[in-house]
Design a protein around this ligand. Structure first.
Ligand SMILES: Nc1ncnc2c1ncn2[C@@H]1O[C@H](COP(=O)(O)OP(=O)(O)O)[C@@H](O)[C@H]1O
Ligand SMILES: [Mg+2]
Length: 364
C-alpha cells in the first residue's frame, strides 16, 4: 500500500482495517494535498480585506512596494516579515492612518481612500495607539472605551465584564492597569478595541516582546476572536506565530511580497521533504550511506560527523518505505527514521536568501 506514487493506472489497495485507515490518515496529514484547502468550500469566498498594489514612499525611500493580498472573511492572514519590512506601513494604509501613494484597498467593502469613515467603523487596531489609562482598573478602562463609543453606562459595564471573562482578566478586573504584566496589558489592550464588535481586526505584532507564556495567552485570545467570526490581519516577525495562528501567510521583505500561501504551501515551495535516518550506532553510518548512495544523490550529507543520513524524499512515504526495505535487507539496525519537511525558519531563509532581514536590529 506504500506504492501509491508508482506510475500507471493501478488502483491503490482498498483500505480494510482500522490500522490501515490510521496509516492512511497519518500519511495524509504528513503530506497534505496543497489545493484541498481551497476546494473545501464551494461557497463563494467573501473578501474582508483586499490590498491591490499598495505603494508608500517616505521621501525617496519606498517602504511598501506594490503590495497585494486579500483576506477572506473570518480568516486570519499573517503578514510575516523582519523588522522594517513594511508591515506597519501596510497596516496603517489599510486602517486609513496613512494615505497610499499608489494602489488601492478595501476593508469590509469600504475603499480606504474614498470611504475612510466606513473603514474606521468596521475595524479595530491594537498595539500602537493604546490609550489605556494606567491609573484606572482594567474594568474601568473598558467601560471608558464603551462610554466614549456612545454606549450607556449599563451596557458598557455588561460588555466590559464579557470581555474580561473572554480574555481571562476577570480576577484582574479591579486592579490598576499600571500594575498589569506585559501579557495582561496586551490582552486588555486588545479587549479595549473589541468593545464595539469590529468586523475586521488589525493586530500589529501583538506578541513582540512578550515572554512565551504571555505569547501563548495572546494566541488563545486571537484564536477565540477568529472563532467568533472576526477577520484578522496579524503582523508578526515570528514564523511560529504565523504558522500556528494563520490560515494564510503573506511573506514581506523590504517592502515587497516575496511569497504567499499556507504554511504547508510555503514549505512545499521552498524545499522538498526529506527522510532522516539514524542508525542505532554511528558505526553503521558508512554501510548505511553505501546502501542509500543512489538515493542520497548530490545532496550528500555535508557534515562528516553527522549521526544521521538524509535522503531527499520527493515521493514521501514511498521513499521512506524504500529506505526501510534496504536497511532491513542489509540488517542495519535503526534508532530512528522520519519524514521531515523544512521548518518555516528554513523556508524564510530560502525565500529571503539570507536570514538577516531588512534591518538587523531585533525589537526587544
Ligand atoms: N514615517 C516614516 N518616515 C520615514 N520612514 C519610515 C516611516 N515609517 C516607516 N519608515 C520606514 O519604512 C520601512 C518600513 O517600516 P515599517 O512599516 O514600520 O516596518 P515593520 O512594521 O515591518 O517593522 C522602514 O525602513 C522604516 O524605517
Ligand atoms: Mg511594525
Amino acid at each position: 500500500m506504500w506504492d501509491v506514487m508508482s506510475s500507471g493506472p493501478a488502483e491503490p489497495e482498498p483500505i480494510r482495517t482500522a490500522a490501515e485507515r490510521e496509516l492512511a490518515d497519518a500519511s495524509t496529514v504528513a503530506f497534505p494535498t496543497i489545493v484541498a484547502d481551497h476546494l473545501a468550500d464551494d461557497a463563494p469566498v467573501e473578501i474582508a480585506i483586499e490590498a491591490s498594489k499598495l505603494h508608500k514612499r517616505f521621501g525617496e525611500f519606498v517602504a511598501v512596494h506594490d503590495v497585494s493580498f486579500s483576506v477572506p472573511k473570518g480568516k486570519i492572514v499573517a503578514l510575516l516579515g523582519p523588522n522594517g519590512a513594511g508591515k506597519t506601513t501596510t497596516v496603517n494604509m489599510l486602517c486609513t492612518l496613512l494615505k497610499p501613494d499608489g494602489g488601492s484597498a478595501t476593508v469590509a467593502g469600504c475603499d480606504v481612500a474614498d470611504d475612510a469613515p466606513g473603514v474606521r467603523r468596521a475595524i479595530m487596531l491594537t498595539g500602537q495607539f493604546a490609550a489605556l489609562d494606567e491609573a484606572l482598573t482594567g474594568r474601568e478602562n473598558l467601560i471608558l472605551f464603551g462610554r466614549l463609543l456612545g454606549m450607556t453606562k449599563k451596557s458598557a459595564g455588561v460588555r466590559a465584564d464579557e470581555l474580561l471573562a473572554e480574555f481571562g482578566l476577570t480576577e484582574a478586573a479591579g486592579r490598576r492597569v499600571g500594575q498589569y504584566s506585559g501579557g495582561m496589558r496586551r490582552r486588555i489592550d486588545i479587549a479595549c478595541g473589541l468593545v464595539t464588535k469590529p468586523e475586521v481586526v488589525f493586530l500589529d505584532e501583538p506578541t513582540t516582546g512578550l515572554d512565551p507564556r504571555s505569547r501563548q495567552d495572546v494566541w488563545t485570545v486571537v484564536e477565540q476572536l477568529r472563532d467568533s467570526g472576526v477577520t484578522i490581519l496579524l503582523t508578526t516577525q515570528y514564523l511560529e506565530e504565523a504558522d500556528v495562528l494563520s490560515d494564510n501567510i503573506v511573506v514581506i521583505d523590504k517592502g515587497r511580497v516575496i511569497a504567499e500561501g499556507t504554511s504547508n504551501e510555503l514549505k512545499a515551495e521552498t524545499g522538498a521533504a526529506y527522510c532522516e535516518i539514524t542508525p542505532s550506532h554511528p558505526a553503521y553510518l558508512p554501510r548505511l550511506r553505501a546502501r542509500l548512495r543512489d538515493m542520497i544523490g548530490d545532496a550528500e550529507n555535508s557534515e562528516p560527523d553527522a549521526l544521521t543520513v538524509s535522503v531527499p524524499a520527493p515521493d514521501g512515504p514511498t521513499t521512506l518505505a524504500e529506505v526501510i526495505r534496504r536497511t532491513e535487507a542489509a540488517k542495519i539496525p535503526l534508532a530512528d527514521i522520519a519524514l521531515r519537511r523544512p521548518s518555516l525558519d528554513e523556508v524564510f531563509l530560502a525565500l529571503t536568501g539570507d536570514g538577516s532581514g531588512s534591518e538587523a536590529d531585533d525589537r526587544p
